[in-house]
Design a binder for this molecule. Structure first.
Ligand code: NAD
Ligand code: ZN
Length: 377
């Protein structure tokens, strides 16, 4: 089959690789029809991780079931399914409690499993023609009959919409809250969109990329351009000097200061300063190394400067981590099915698999108009 593989920093290519196939009785085989490029792929692309050469990337996948193992009974050949990026068993202590992002069976002791990702288990990615889905009954979200016509919407259920939603859940966003979101990438836009759906009274989105800020504006949020001045001051101005009730971090390692210097701590401390005393923060931007035990991990350690003094003084609360996609994806799917939500508003490109290496380059450069790429193998 054709697949996009990682060859080295900023070097990916489409190659012929052995077909994905059913390996265990609980596996499902999916012919991929939509697979996204994610900001999380850029941690590998830019060489921050220990991902192996030859790994097939791609964890935001949707397609048609073309094979099922003999122990699979819920999912059928012909079903259109979206695949939550977390590979989970469904029966370990964490999965039982809904923390499928931290499955103890597929990746014991650390951050759960994922397709095509560094240090998150041996699972090949879906930027390919076929994908093997382990524990298929657990890891396939079946889609309604309108799956084909709303594919650009449903594929966002694999990661970024539940992740953006998770940020608002971690921060405890509720009706009438004012919310500040750092980062207007796909995840930040999905957090802002979720906050709007949850009834926030005011949502502010901080970034400096005009095209992304324009999308924030389009969904009814207030764009805050940190190229025009201190974003914290702008958020305080918008909130009568008090700060936002809740805040979401949707940038992670990629954080830059207004001069373009890489500063991973920038957004956390801005967030602490932007949220009012006793407020709460949801942190979904990726800061942590995927495998602190791995001696050859190239990912820098997860330490960032954090103004814990101010965090404490303001009595803030915080939640963080990988999104437990399954926890949210049925409800979010049903909003799409009911025409109450269209997360596809951020899709900028639908391209073929052969276009993937170019698309990685454009998306990595954050080029104007390259917000979210969906590959259609
Ligand atoms: P992205 O890189 O496309 O978007 C990041 C945005 O942040 C960019 O638009 C950039 O201009 C902006 N930015 C950079 N520095 C900034 C600063 N100092 N202040 C404000 N904005 C700033 O990536 P994405 O796909 O939106 O993903 C965002 C983060 O979420 C990544 O770290 C990704 O790994 C992470 N992520 C986490 C999960 C999870 O489960 N927790 C899932 C998916 C993605
Ligand atoms: Zn992703």
């Amino acid at each position: 089959m054709r697949a996009l593989i990682y060859q080295g920093p900023r070097d990916v290519a489409v190659r012929d690789v052995p077909d994905a196939r059913i390996e265990r009785p609980t596996d499902v085989l999916v012919r991929i029809t939509s697979t996204n490029i994610c900001g999380s792929d850029l941690h590998m692309y830019e060489g921050r991780t220990s991902v192996e050469q030859g790994t097939v990337l791609g964890h935001e996948n949707l397609g048609e079931v073309v094979g099922v193992g003999r122990a699979v009974d819920r999912v059928k050949v012909g079903d259109m399914v979206c695949l939550p990026f977390n590979v989970a068993c469904g029966f370990c202590r964490n999965c039982e409690r809904g923390f499928t992002g931290y499955c103890l069976t597929v990746n014991p002791g650390f951050a759960g499993g994922a397709y095509g990702y560094a240090d998150m288990g041996p699972y090949s990615g879906g930027q390919a023609e076929l994908l093997r889905v382990p524990y298929g009954d657990v890891n396939c979200l079946r889609l309604p009959p309108d799956a084909r016509e709303k594919e650009n919407d449903y594929v966002m259920l694999s990661d970024i919409w539940p992740t953006g939603y998770h940020a608002t859940e971690l921060a405890g966003v509720s009706t009438g809250d004012s919310v500040v979101v750092y980062g207007a990438g796909p995840v930040g836009l999905m957090a802002a969109y979720s906050a709007m759906l949850c009834g926030a009274s005011k949502v502010m989105v901080v970034d400096r990329q005009p095209d992304r800020l324009a999308l924030a504006d389009k969904i009814g949020a207030i764009p805050v351009d940190d190229g025009l001045g201190d974003p914290v001051e702008q958020v305080l101005d918008q909130t009568g000097g008090e700060g936002a009730d809740k805040g979401c971090e949707c940038v992670g390692w990629q954080a830059h200061d207004p001069d373009g210097n890489e500063r991973p701590n920038q957004t956390m401390n801005n967030l602490i300063r932007s949220v009012r005393a006793t407020g709460a923060l949801g942190v979904v931007g990726v800061f942590v190394p995927q495998d602190p035990q791995s001696p050859d991990s190239l990912m820098r350690d997860g330490e960032v400067a954090l103004d814990l003094g101010l965090f404490f003084q303001k009595g803030l609360r915080m939640g963080s981590g990988q999104a437990d996609v399954k926890r949210y994806n049925r409800q979010l799917r049903d909003l799409i099915a009911a025409d109450r939500a269209q997360p596809s508003f951020l899709v900028s490109h639908n391209l073929g698999l052969d276009d993937a290496p170019d698309a990685y380059r454009h998306f990595d450069n954050r080029e104007d108009g390259w917000t979210k790429v969906v590959l259609n193998p």
